[in-house]
Design a protein around this ligand. Structure first.
Ligand SMILES: NC(=O)c1ccc[n+]([C@@H]2O[C@H](COP(=O)([O-])OP(=O)(O)OC[C@H]3O[C@@H](n4cnc5c(N)ncnc54)[C@H](O)[C@@H]3O)[C@@H](O)[C@H]2O)c1
Length: 265
């Protein structure tokens, strides 16, 4: 799609080695963008070399929690593709352990990657985004940042923080012409949720999501690519659930009846 929604734009994607980030790279390239794909290891990014439009994908290996990685991804965008128009700051880690016994280091780890890594990314891309028309940042929050889950307090805290970080950044950067939004995935089939699936979480999720199924990484990529594009030119500071209706449901009345039978079928 050479003339697609993000044609000619240059966009950084973090956490591009897997799941939602990898799907976003594919989607943005399909829409005509050039992409700098960032992840922890060269192995995780090896798929980029064989992807359609591989000549419009550059890779950077490093942690988003390090200043040097964030500086490098911006430098590579400018050196290789001539500018930077957008950033999908999506890299994140999951942390599990109940409040009464999990160590504080778990919170530190979640905050380091899921919050500090995103704040560093936003700060790093501002100088280039303010030079271009339609600069945009999308961060990956979570439905777990809009409400809480069992054994997830540290992850919940980090995702709530990154959502409000996006709102604060949206306000500060609005007059620079840079929009900042969050996508909030519900349960999505990726490496992150594979352990949950392996523990039998599939039917549990299908019962609690009104649409009765998991999200696919491509569905998150579609939402992120919209918010990164000029089609979203007057949208800033939103936290968009992409969750099959999960956060629309108060949970007070169990999902029941014919639809529950459907999802059990
Ligand atoms: N899968 C879900 O159900 C779900 C739900 C809500 C939110 N999310 C969020 O979506 C984002 C993407 O997760 P996913 O589900 O695609 O998981 P994933 O594990 O498939 O992909 C995450 C990628 O981020 C990379 N990463 C982790 N720490 C990094 C760091 N410090 N620096 C650079 N890269 C790093 C990993 O190596 C991995 O390739 C995360 O922020 C996650 O919290 C996922």
């Amino acid at each position: 799609m050479a003339g697609g929604r993000n044609a000619g734009r240059v966009i950084v994607v973090t956490g591009a080695g897997s799941g939602i980030g990898a799907a976003a790279v594919e989607r943005l390239v399909e829409e005509g963008a050039s992409v700098v794909a960032v992840d922890l290891t060269a192995d995780s990014l090896a798929w980029c070399a064989g992807a359609p439009g591989a000549d419009r994908i550059a890779t950077v290996v490093g942690s988003v929690a390090d200043d040097s990685t964030n500086a490098e991804m911006v430098a590579v965008a400018v050196e290789r593709f001539g500018a930077l128009h957008g950033a999908f700051l999506n890299a994140g880690i999951a942390t599990f352990g109940v409040m009464q016994s999990a160590p504080m280091e778990m919170l530190d780890r979640a905050l380091e990657v899921n919050v500090r890594g995103v704040a560093l990314g936003i700060k790093a891309v501002i100088p280039e985004l303010r030079k271009v028309d339609g600069g945009a940042i999308v961060v990956t929050g979570s439905t777990s940042g809009l409400a809480a889950d069992p054994g997830n307090w540290s992850y919940n805290a980090s995702k709530a923080a990154v959502i409000n970080l996006a709102r604060g950044a949206a306000i500060d950067l609005a007059t620079l012409g840079i929009r900042v939004n969050a996508v909030c995935p519900g349960p999505t089939r990726t490496n992150m949720t594979k352990p949950m699936l392996d523990r039998g979480g599939d039917s549990q999720v299908r019962r609690s999501v009104p649409m009765g199924r998991w999200g696919e990484p491509s569905e998150l990529a579609a939402a992120a690519s919209f918010l990164l594009s000029k089609d979203a030119s007057f949208i800033t500071g939103v936290a968009l659930p992409v969750d099959g209706g999960l956060t629309a449901d108060s949970g007070a009345i169990p999902l029941y009846g014919a639809r529950l039978v459907d999802r059990e079928g």
